[in-house]
Design a protein around this ligand. Structure first.
Ligand SMILES: Cc1cc2nc3c(=O)[nH]c(=O)nc-3n(C[C@H](O)[C@H](O)[C@H](O)COP(=O)(O)OP(=O)(O)OC[C@H]3O[C@@H](n4cnc5c(N)ncnc54)[C@H](O)[C@@H]3O)c2cc1C
Length: 268
């Protein structure tokens, strides 16, 4: 019998490695410090006695709210992802796969301080009733308070990302923070909030001052390109708590294929 490959950590990376190995006939064992799989992608159940969250969990307005789960971020699975949907398609769930649990989002809501919520259509309009919001995209964006001159600075920055060769992206853009690249220091508060910090924090939970331009710029233009694509899927989210609809079935499927999990085992 082959020696098992030892995988450290049952996060998305560790579980993906196990899936690729075991599907190629290589046995593996996963050591995980925590008592549960999923790492940063796992759902975090609410604990009793946490003020507002506890009140929410007790709310009669939310049937079954006892099982409310917390999540790191909103778990978006944008349309430009390639490997993750393939992984999800290979995890059985009910009569289908975990991929069936992806729900397409149609709205983006921006909630500025002390102002009405702004609504944008997420992706190319495919229904008549989406047309008004779609036509209002430019005025809505202009209403964020970013001066037109600064939009031009941002568009110029995006143009420089788009037109950079792979070599330049690695040599220069990887070494430049998004903050510096989009000249945040010289710009208005609104510019910094939406085009600098907003993009990095909302997209990949990274700090604009340290996130590389290669990462953020590449993700951002792929997102925009997908939103302009007819039938493109800008953003999908899971239709339930991540651990319930994805991580749990994933672990079960891997166990059935012979992957061994050792929880509560911190590797030193
Ligand atoms: C706030 C936030 C929001 C996010 N939102 C999204 C999103 O919407 N969409 C998206 O695609 N991505 C999102 N991400 C990114 C995504 O969650 C991560 O990229 C991904 O979960 C990382 O997986 P990983 O397996 O590499 O690392 P981790 O999830 O960190 O897993 C590492 C695992 O290793 C274990 N471990 C560590 N040290 C040891 C040790 N010594 N011995 C044994 N085990 C150990 C840890 O306990 C953990 O379970 C978000 C991240 C954050 C922080």
């Amino acid at each position: 019998m082959k020696e098992p490959v030892v995988i450290l950590g049952a996060g998305v990376a560790g579980l993906s490695a196990a899936q690729e190995l075991v599907d190629r006939g290589v046995p593996c064992v996963i050591y995980e410090a925590r008592g549960t799989p999923g790492g940063k992608a796992r759902s975090i159940p609410l604990k009793p006695g946490r003020g507002e969250l506890e009140a929410l969990a007790e709310s009669p307005a939310l049937p079954g709210a006892r099982s409310l789960h917390g999540e790191h971020g909103f778990r978006f699975i944008p349309g430009f992802y390639r490997h993750l949907p393939d992984t999800l398609r290979r995890i059985p769930s009910g009569d289908g796969s975990v991929l069936d649990h992806l729900a397409l989002t149609r709205d983006i809501l921006i909630a500025p301080d002390n102002a009405a919520v702004k609504r944008l259509i997420s992706g190319f309009p495919v229904r008549y009733r989406e047309l008004p919001a779609s036509l209002l995209t430019m005025p809505t964006l202009m209403g964020l308070g970013i001066p037109p001159r600064e939009w031009l600075v941002f568009l110029d920055a995006m143009y420089r990302v788009l037109s950079a060769s792979p070599q330049r992206r690695l040599a220069e853009l990887e070494a430049t923070s998004w903050w510096d690249f989009v000249r945040a220091e010289e710009m208005s508060e609104a510019y910094r909030r939406y085009l600098c910090i907003g993009i990095t924090r909302a997209l990949v939970a990274m700090k604009a001052q340290v996130a590389s331009t290669r990462t953020i710029g590449t993700i951002f233009y792929q997102l925009v390109a997908h939103s302009l694509d007819v039938g493109g899927q800008l953003d999908r989210v899971l239709d339930g708590p991540t651990s319930e609809v994805w991580i749990g079935p994933w672990m079960q499927a891997l166990q059935q294929k012979g992957v061994r999990f050792c929880f509560g085992t911190r590797v030193e």
